[in-house]
Design a binder for this molecule. Structure first.
Ligand SMILES: Nc1nc2c(c(=O)[nH]1)N=C([C@H](O)[C@H](O)COP(=O)(O)OP(=O)(O)OP(=O)(O)O)CN2
Ligand SMILES: [Zn+2]
Length: 122
């Protein structure tokens, strides 16, 4: 098995709901996003899946969040846009794009600062 990972990012505003503290107020982050997949086999070029494909599909999804107020978007109306819930949402959407006989989405990690991250995997 091969493990592949890409990193990308998006910027957005949010506030945590049902939270007491500064983070209940409107503020923003530059979230770094790591997407990890496993590949069983390599193609003739020696690739599990092209990093360019991983990045472009991920960026297409992140474009729907970029420079938005996350609390107003459908995935986060019922659930607080914490890094945990963002990681789960991205995982569930990217699984639809990437999972195949050869490729399995392993983990999505979302860093809201250099020092704090949340990962989701199944
Ligand atoms: N488990 C989680 N905890 C917290 C989350 C989260 O998504 N998952 N999110 C937040 C807020 O978004 C907040 O904006 C975090 O910002 P940060 O500046 O890192 O928070 P601090 O004020 O604690 O940072 P300092 O190091 O104290 O300046 C909070 N928690
Ligand atoms: Zn925050």
């Amino acid at each position: 098995m091969y493990k592949l990972r890409i990193e990308t990012s998006f910027a957005a505003a949010h506030c945590l709901i049902h939270y007491q503290g500064d983070c209940e107020n409107l503020h923003g982050h530059n979230w770094k996003v790591e997407v990890t997949v496993t590949a069983r086999e390599l193609d003739k070029s020696g690739l599990g899946i092209d990093f360019k494909v991983l990045k472009s599909e991920t960026n297409a999804l992140l474009k729907t969040l970029d420079h938005k107020y996350l609390n107003e978007l459908p995935p986060f109306i019922e659930s607080s846009p914490s890094s945990e819930n963002i990681a789960r949402y991205l995982f569930q959407e990217l699984a639809k794009k990437f999972n195949s006989d050869n490729i399995g989405l392993t983990e999505v990690t979302v860093w809201e600062s250099d020092f704090a991250s949340a990962s989701y995997y199944e």
